[in-house]
Write a protein that binds this ligand. Structure first.
Ligand code: TYD
Ligand code: MG
Length: 466
């Protein structure tokens, strides 16, 4: 009997069956059976008991003070924006999933990463299951990655990949992509949920056993779920998404999960003809505003992670045709905008019921923080009333359902960034505890923080002609 065999496990109820079928015989759910390797340790009760005994005898217990932390051994990737998102660099012995749409630039990024590490004296292995070595070499010429220390292997066989990593223990092993590799021990095709999971699990073991950092490439399919990144998130140490409009050149790096750092940092890269390059001044990059300001545009200083970024919020409010009015957003949660529309109606007398509303965050950035509320409300009010935001003014603050304005966290930090870009006034909520209306105080860099207690007051401070 082979040491390893596979069974089909229902992802809903956990029942297993020796053969695949469309419906689980136990809980009757459809399409939930996933082929899974049964390793030799689970082959029989006797073997299990032996393993337990062996494990208990050999468990190595280390005093916590004597364990070295991952921080000490971090490997700077050589790409600052990537290091920012990783939390300072690659952690040896970890596995990181790089997800993104096909064609967004994952292979390019990881080839550049391999080359940077090799230039710093480390070795990197690039395992390509999608392209031939000649194709990878072609891309490498384009991005300056024909470097001593980068090895290429073209294979789709998991055992071959594992063997190559174990034989050479490189600092970095790129596996491109998880959907093209398969284990011969499973019957399912490459890319099936069972295979993708097995490939990731096996590579995670290989990473943990040595000091190689495994970078796993995963395509996100149209549905966004696939036998791909989403099924893998819990199997890996970090998940980094490469995002952007395919036609545009901006690429954002964002961590969806990170065992070794924050998930709030955003990395900004630009796709050029010679690969991905770091953007020198990320703030200016997102600032598409026209000077003097036009109606329907408001600038906020967002704190995505630790870096302040100036971002333009654009709104268009237009009389609606028949039927229910349209509300569409890019780069911001539509439900947040719906709430702000209600707050504007109720607390600032600006009724948008008969209007179509479009809100766009310029530059392809996605804004999550509630401090963007005031700029969104400001852009909507500005568009409806056809009055621009006053020159030199930026807006930041969270709105509550009662129309009250909360101050933006780290307002000084935001104002300093605004001042650097030529703005001199930050309209925000009152400092906690004071509750004073329209107070104003100076801040470093010559700019001024203007505090308003509620939306109505903030709008009159922000818009021209009030
Ligand atoms: P790629 O890294 O192959 O994407 P992925 O691995 O995510 O599928 O990048 C594909 C796109 O990037 C391709 O349309 C061409 C473009 N590109 C550049 O603009 N500049 C470059 O230097 C390279 C290598 C690719
Ligand atoms: Mg690719």
């Amino acid at each position: 009997m082979p040491a390893i065999r596979s069974v089909y496990v229902c992802q809903q109820c956990g029942a297993s069956s020796p053969r695949w079928s469309g419906q689980c015989a136990s809980c009757e759910a459809w399409n939930t059976l996933v082929e899974t390797v049964v390793s030799r340790t689970t082959a029989g009760a006797g073997a299990r008991a032996r393993d337990r005994a062996a494990a208990a005898g050999s468990a190595a217990i280390s005093p916590i003070g004597e364990v070295s932390s991952a921080e000490a051994s971090r490997l700077p990737s050589g790409i600052g924006e990537l290091d920012r998102v990783l939390g300072g660099g690659l952690v040896p012995g970890s596995i990181v999933l790089f997800g993104g749409d096909p064609g967004i630039g994952k292979s390019t990024l990881l080839l550049q990463l391999a080359a940077r590490l090799a230039q710093a004296g480390h070795t990197a292995l690039y395992l390509t299951g999608e392209e031939s070595t000649a194709q990878v070499r072609g891309r490498a010429e384009r991005v300056g990655a024909v470097v001593h220390g980068v090895g290429l292997v073209a294979t789709t066989d998991l055992a071959t990949a594992v063997g190559a990593i174990e034989a050479t223990s490189p600092a970095l092993a790129v596996v491109d992509s998880v959907q093209t590799f398969a284990s011969a021990e499973l019957g399912g095709p490459a890319g099936s949920v069972g295979q993708v999971r097995e490939v990731a699990t096996r590579l995670a073991e290989v990473a943990k056993a040595g000091s190689t950092c495994v970078a796993l490439v995963g395509h996100v399919t149209k549905e966004g779920t696939v036998a791909g990144p989403r099924t893998l998130e819990h199997l890996v140490d970090a998940v980094i998404y490469l995002e952007g409009e395919r036609m545009g050149t901006t690429r954002l790096l964002r961590a969806a999960k990170n065992r070794y750092g924050s998930t709030e940092e955003v990395g900004v890269l630009e796709m050029r003809s010679d690969g991905l390059v770091e953007v020198a001044d990320a703030s200016r990059f997102f600032l598409e505003s026209e000077r003097p300001p036009v109606a329907g545009s408001a600038i906020t200083i967002a704190l995505e992670g630790t870096r302040p970024l100036a971002v333009e919020i654009q709104a268009l409010v237009a009389p609606a045709g028949y039927g229910s009015p349209r509300r569409a957003t890019t780069g911001i949660d539509v439900n947040r905008v719906l709430m702000l529309i209600a707050v504007l109606a109720r607390h600032a007398g600006l009724n948008l019921t008969g209007h179509d509303v479009y809100v766009n965050v310029a530059g392809g950035l996605r804004i999550e923080e509630p401090a963007a509320d005031l700029a969104v409300a400001g852009a909507l009010a500005s568009s409806l009333r056809e009055r621009p935001v006053r020159e030199g003014t930026v807006l930041a603050g969270e709105l509550s359902l009662s129309g009250r304005l909360r101050p933006a966290t780290r307002a000084d930090r935001r104002l300093a960034e605004a001042a650097r870009l030529g703005f001199d006034r930050l309209v925000t909520g009152p400092e906690r505890g004071t509750g004073l209306a329209s107070s104003s105080r100076g801040a470093a860099g010559g700019g001024q923080i203007v505090a308003a207690t509620d939306l109505r007051e903030a709008l009159s401070l922000a818009l021209v002609g009030d």
